[in-house]
Ligand binder design. Structure first.
Ligand SMILES: Nc1nc2c(ncn2[C@@H]2O[C@H](COP(=O)(O)OP(=O)(O)O)[C@@H](O)[C@H]2O)c(=O)[nH]1
Ligand SMILES: [Mg+2]
Length: 501
């Protein structure tokens, strides 16, 4: 695969609205996601518009420019933007940055659209960054209401017994959470004592005691980063152009801490059972489709659909391995035991590959597919064996065919001669083909075809022998010969003569 950086020089729109205002997945971005086979660390940022979200994502990408800043995005491309970059610190991982656009934009947004974008952000990410300006205010906390609404919509198949079990299952699906506060000017103090950013976040959440909707997300909140203003008023408008030297050093320090934290702590996206996800494109499609069709996103369905897609791929790759293994040793025709050995070896390797890729393979699809493939090989092998036996048979029985054609057996004693020839050639054929499957089948079919000749030869033999006896001494040899010829041409089938041994 080409390195990710060369695939995505810049972000692309992943989810937008179509002309009817319905959410849709952009094909190009989906294709890119489908090409990623590595574990994906998915970091998504949400929060009000114009709070520096895109700028922060660009820093995670290590780029000065990328996600468009400010309100330059047209309303039709509002939604979720995506930028896949190689993970800066984890080899063989891809960092997928998702930037949401237009949340809370009163001019262009609509509440329902915003809710779904927020939902998708939660569902798709492995780390969710909630970004707010100035403080963690009540207003921002209210936005957590989206998250709790989401928990109402998501039903994971869990032992729905005790409440705790339920939320444990939920935690697995819920991304870890980072709150970033921009242009933070407050002093981090509580009751005169200095506090950490995380303690600040905790205390903000405690502000709403007894409100159940904050309880669940609270368990998922992990980190808070407070950023000072990055530059002076005039410079803020052209942040993309500013060099590091023109930015506030404390801002730079905090931005570095934030990025380092994300790079070291953000986990790859997993789904139920903690399985690492490599089909983010399909997952996106499943969720967006569920939302479009008015179905509530239900993780159970999504996991099932994903399993189907993923196992389809696993089977395909397993089969590829199986075929290449089999063809290394395959040389038809083969002894069935040999073929079975080759199959077993190839199957073992294919199943290993399948297991490494598959996901929830409850139907044992891979094994079934491999069996079908094996059956086909057996069929081909049988065909080849049959073909080979037939050509050996043709070769061995050629003298018999010749004699049948030129009527050599149509003479007194011809029947015995015929039987002897048949016996001798059968023995020879068996000697030549005794290791082949299908050899007896081919032989018995041939012998069956010859039965009618045996009858005719016997009839001719008897007829001619009788005539010969009667006419002994009276007729010339020439006459007998011409009689034998005429009989061989008419080949009468005498119904009374059926015996052959
Ligand atoms: N005050 C302030 N402005 C910022 C900050 N980061 C970026 N900006 C500027 O704020 C504007 C909006 O930033 P953007 O990242 O597009 O915000 P988004 O709408 O949340 O994605 C741009 O002009 C940025 O240059 C920040 O930390 N503080
Ligand atoms: Mg933005």
């Amino acid at each position: 695969m080409a390195p990710m950086s060369s695939i995505m020089k810049e972000p692309k729109c992943l989810i937008s609205s179509d002309h009817e205002g319905q959410l849709c997945v952009q094909k190009e971005a989906k294709t890119i996601l489908e090409g990623i086979t590595q574990p994906v660390v998915v970091v998504c940022v949400v929060g009000l518009y114009r709070t520096g979200k895109s700028y922060l994502m660009n820093r995670l990408a290590g780029q000065q420019k990328g996600f468009a800043l400010g309100s330059t995005i047209e309303s039709k491309t509002k939604g979720i933007w995506m930028w896949c970059v190689p993970h800066p610190t984890k080899a063989d991982h891809t960092l997928v940055l998702l930037d949401t656009e237009g949340l809370g934009d009163v001019d262009k947004g609509d509440e329902k659209h915003d809710t779904w974008i927020f939902c998708l952000a939660v569902l798709l990410s492995s780390t969710l960054v909630y970004n707010s300006l100035g403080i963690i205010d009540n207003n921002a906390l209210e936005k957590l209401h989206y998250v709790t609404e989401l928990t109402e919509n998501i039903r994971v198949r869990a032992q729905r017994g005790a409440d705790d079990d339920d939320s444990a299952e939920f935690m697995r699906m819920f991304p870890s959470f980072i709150w970033t506060v921009r242009d933070f000017t407050l002093e981090l103090r509580k009751e005169g004592q200095p506090i950490t950013a995380n303690q600040y976040l905790e205390s903000a959440l405690v502000l709403k005691p007894g409100r159940k909707q904050f309880n669940l997300p609270r368990r998922c909140l992990r980190q808070c980063f407070v950023f000072p203003r990055p530059a002076g008023d005039d410079d803020l408008k052209r942040m993309e152009e500013l060099s590091e030297a023109e930015l506030d050093t404390r801002f730079l320090q905090r931005a570095k801490e934030f990025c380092d934290y994300v790079f070291s702590s953000a986990k790859p996206k997993t789904v139920t059972g903690g399985r690492i996800l490599t089909v983010l494109g399909s997952l996106t499609e499943v969720y967006v489709e569920a939302i479009r069709s008015g179905r509530i996103p239900c993780l159970e369905n999504a996991v099932e659909t994903l399993a189907q897609i993923q196992n389809g791929r696993a089977v395909e790759q397993g089969l590829q391995v199986y075929r290449s293994e089999v063809f290394k040793y395959l040389c038809f025709p083969l002894d069935p035991a040999e073929l079975s050995d080759i199959h077993a070896q190839a199957e073992k390797k294919a199943v290993e590959v399948f297991i490494s890729i598959s996901f929830n393979d409850t139907e044992q699809k891979s094994q079934l597919e491999l069996m079908t493939e094996y059956e086909e090989l057996c069929r081909q092998n049988q065909e080849e064996c049959e073909h080979m036996c037939r050509s050996k048979l043709e070769c061995v029985f050629a003298p018999l065919e010749e004699s049948l054609n030129d009527g050599s057996f149509m003479q007194p004693g011809g029947y015995q001669d015929y039987r002897d020839t048949l016996k001798r050639l059968t023995k020879e054929y068996r000697q030549r083909t005794h290791t082949q499957i299908m050899s007896e089948e081919v032989l018995s079919q041939y012998l069956k075809e010859k039965e009618k000749f045996a009858n005719n030869i016997l009839a001719a033999d008897q007829c001619l022998s009788n005539a010969e006896r009667k006419m002994e001494g009276k007729h010339t040899h020439t006459h007998t010969h011409s009689l034998s010829l005429s009989l061989s041409l008419s080949l009468p089938c005498n119904p009374q003569v059926v015996s052959h041994t």
